[in-house]
Write a protein that binds this ligand. Structure first.
Ligand code: PHE
Length: 347
C-alpha cells in the first residue's frame, strides 16, 4: 500500500470515528470538544495527519489534500447540524426527563384561577383593609388553651367534646374556629389592635349540603380604649354596604358565645334596584357571629380589661360565597370539579 493510500485510509477512519462522536454528543460542551479534537488547527487530529504530507511525492499530495478538505467540511457540517438539534430539543428533553418524543401533540395551556372561596376571602379582606385592619394568621394545630380555655370556654363545654372537635396526639387539636388567633394577637401586640385573621377550621361534622369537616373562617378583632357596641355595629354596617351595596341593611339578634358579652348573630338584607327598575329586597340572611370581647378573654391574655374594651366577629367566606353565587350545596366547593370551578375563573 502506498503511503498516499494509507493517509487517505487514515482520514476515512478518522471521519467515521469523528461522526460517531458527533452523534453521541448530548451537550454543546461535548460537541465543542469533538470539534477541537478533530478540527483543531494546531493539535487537531486532521492537522496532525496533514503534517505527513511533506513526505509524499508532489503528485500524490493533491489527492490527500482534497480528501482532508472533504472530511473537514463534512465534519464541520455534522457538528453544526448536531448543535442545532441539541438546542431545539433542550426544552423537550427537560420536560420528558431526557427522552424526547417529537410526535407528541403540544399540551394545551391550562392556567389556574383562584378558588371561589379564596376570591371571596380576598374581596372581604380588601374591604376590611380599607377600614384599617391588618392581616394576621395563627396555627391550624392548636392547644386546648388557645382554642377553648383562654376564650372563656371550659373544657366541659359541649364545643370541647370529642363529638365536635378533632383531637390530635400530644395535647393538640385542629382548631374549631379562628377565635384562638384573637388570643395569640392579644398576647403579641399592645392595643390599639385592629386585625383580620383568615384561615381553615375543622369540625367533626357529617359532610352534607350545609356542613363540611374543614372550612374557611374570617375572624375580626378590635381592641382599644373606649370601644363600644356602637363601633361594632358601625364597622359591620359599613362593611356590609361596601360588600353588598349601599342599600344593604344589617340586624343584630341576641346570641351567646363564651368569649363575647353581649353576643349577637348578624343578618344582612340586600335592598337593590333590579333590572326592571323596581326596588327588590332579599330575605334576612345570617352571615356571622359577633360581640364585645369578654373581659375574661382580655385578662387571660394579659390585657388590662379595666382600661381596654373590644369587639370581635367571625364569618364564613364559604357561606358568603354560597349566598353570592346562589350555590345550595357546600360540597361543590370541595369536589374540585373543573366544570364547576371554571365558572369562577378570574384569569
Ligand atoms: N368563633 C365563633 C364561631 O366559630 C364565631 C365568633 C367569632 C363569634 C368572634 C363571636 C366573635 O362560631
Amino acid at each position: 500500500m502506498s503511503s498516499e493510500q494509507s493517509l487517505v485510509d487514515k482520514l476515512k477512519a478518522l471521519e467515521a470515528e469523528a461522526l460517531d462522536r458527533v452523534n453521541e454528543a448530548t451537550e454543546p460542551e461535548a460537541l465543542e470538544a469533538v470539534r477541537v479534537t478533530f478540527l483543531g488547527r494546531k493539535d487537531g487530529r486532521i492537522s496532525s495527519i496533514l503534517r505527513h504530507l511533506g513526505g509524499l511525492d508532489p503528485e500524490e499530495r493533491p489527492r490527500v489534500g482534497a480528501e482532508a478538505n472533504r472530511v473537514k467540511a463534512r465534519l464541520q457540517e455534522a457538528i453544526e447540524g448536531r448543535g442545532t438539534t441539541l438546542a431545539a430539543s433542550d426544552a423537550g428533553r427537560d420536560a420528558l426527563g431526557g427522552e424526547e418524543d417529537r410526535t407528541l401533540p403540544a399540551r394545551p395551556r391550562w392556567p389556574g384561577g383562584r378558588h371561589p372561596v379564596t376570591q371571596v376571602i380576598d374581596e372581604l379582606w380588601e374591604i376590611f383593609r380599607g377600614l384599617g385592619f391588618t392581616r394576621v394568621r395563627g396555627p391550624e394545630a392548636e392547644t386546648e388553651w388557645y382554642n377553648f380555655e383562654a376564650l372563656n370556654t371550659p373544657l366541659d363545654h359541649p364545643a370541647a367534646d370529642e363529638q365536635d372537635t378533632l383531637y390530635l396526639t400530644g395535647g393538640h387539636l385542629l382548631r374549631s374556629h379562628t377565635s384562638p388567633v384573637q388570643v395569640r394577637t392579644l398576647e403579641a401586640y399592645d392595643p390599639p389592635i385592629r386585625v383580620l385573621a383568615p384561615g381553615m377550621v375543622y369540625r367533626r361534622d357529617t359532610y352534607d349540603a350545609t356542613h363540611a369537616p374543614a372550612f374557611a373562617q374570617l375572624e375580626g378583632l378590635v381592641v382599644d380604649e373606649g370601644v363600644t357596641f356602637v363601633d361594632l355595629k358601625a364597622t359591620l354596617a359599613e362593611f356590609a354596604r361596601r360588600y353588598w351595596g349601599p342599600g344593604t341593611r344589617i340586624r343584630f339578634r341576641p346570641s351567646f358565645f363564651p368569649f363575647t358579652e353581649p353576643s349577637a348573630e348578624v343578618d344582612v338584607k340586600r335592598v337593590f334596584t333590579n333590572e326592571a327598575g323596581q326596588e327588590e329586597e332579599t330575605d334576612w340572611l345570617e352571615i356571622m357571629g359577633a360581640g364585645m370581647v369578654d373581659p375574661a378573654v382580655l385578662d387571660a391574655a394579659g390585657i388590662d380589661s379595666e382600661r381596654y374594651t373590644g369587639f370581635a366577629f367571625g364569618m364564613g367566606p364559604g357561606r358568603i360565597g354560597m349566598l353570592k353565587y346562589g350555590i345550595s350545596d357546600i360540597r361543590a366547593f370541595f369536589e374540585n370539579d373543573i366544570r364547576f370551578l371554571e365558572q369562577f375563573a378570574d384569569r
